[in-house]
Design a protein around this ligand. Structure first.
Ligand code: ATP
Length: 235
């Protein structure tokens, strides 16, 4: 469904990606793991058209989208939830959700999609008229994911959804991601929390300094001593 090949991205003199390749198949959750500065966020930004690669190719559902404009990419169902949630704190939960549907012209379809988000995340339904800024960190993360769902993703890219959340809240967010996937949406999940990500992912990639280091089925990565030592806090 998504194929990133030999991607090179530089910010001025800083080479953030040095020939990165990865794929996400239909129905998969793929974890993209790596330390701070490894190039995870840059990978998502390049796929969603927010940064321009110096070279390499990104294909989505068979089409080259390497230089496509971000709204075109979203319209095709490739939706990015950026790091740090970026919800609008003075708008209500419902208004935040509606912003995810800015490309949806059919009011009935929009209301069907917000209804689906409320069914999946009852906490958001309870807080529908509350200002986004009054939600807890976990609820704000759910709202950011919910807003992306309203855009109708076929492939959802999530940047560090566990950031700053307590372990129980991380588990709840990961459960929601799994449910979204089970309902048919593929997921590319960027995480520093390798343990949480590998619990729900089918496959994973570990990158370092903008390059591929390891990849494989999630279970194998979680048992790999190199991953355990570097990302899972030792044996
Ligand atoms: P993090 O978890 O900290 O977001 P990451 O794996 O997502 O890390 P990136 O944010 O993609 O990594 O950063 C990759 C490299 O590119 C790092 O060396 C970073 O300092 C650099 N970088 C990222 N964004 C910019 C920018 N806007 N300008 C200059 N350098 C940048």
């Amino acid at each position: 469904m998504l194929e990133v090949s030999e991607l090179e991205v530089a910010y001025g003199g800083v080479r953030a990606l040095r020939g990165l390749s990865l794929t996400v198949g239909e129905g998969e959750i793929v974890a993209l793991l790596g330390n701070n500065g490894a190039g995870k966020t840059t990978t998502l930004s390049a796929v969603s058209g927010l940064v321009r690669p110096a070279s390499g190719r990104i294909t989505y559902e068979g089409d080259d989208i390497t230089r496509a404009a971000p709204p075109k990419i979203v319209a095709r169902g490739l939706v990015h939830v950026p790091e740090g949630r970026r919800i609008f704190s003075t708008l209500s939960v419902h208004e935040n959700l509606m912003l995810g549907g800015y490309l949806v012209r059919d009011a009935k379809e929009l209301s069907r999609r917000t209804g689906r988000v409320y069914a999946l995340m009852p906490k958001l339904a309870e807080r529908r008229d509350q200002q986004g800024g009054t939600l807890s960190g976990g609820e704000q993360q759910l709202l950011a994911i919910g807003r992306a769902l309203v855009a109708g993703p076929r492939l959802l890219m999530l940047d560090e959804p566990s950031m700053g959340l307590a372990p129980l809240v991380v588990a709840a967010v990961m459960d929601v991601i799994r449910e979204i996937n089970e309902a048919g949406t593929a997921v590319l999940l960027v995480e520093q929390n390798a343990k949480a990500a590998l619990k729900i992912a089918h496959r994973g990639y570990v990158i370092e300094n903008g390059r591929h280091m390891l990849d494989g089925p999630a279970g194998e990565l979680a048992a790999d001593t190199r991953v355990v030592e570097a990302y899972l806090g030792g044996v």
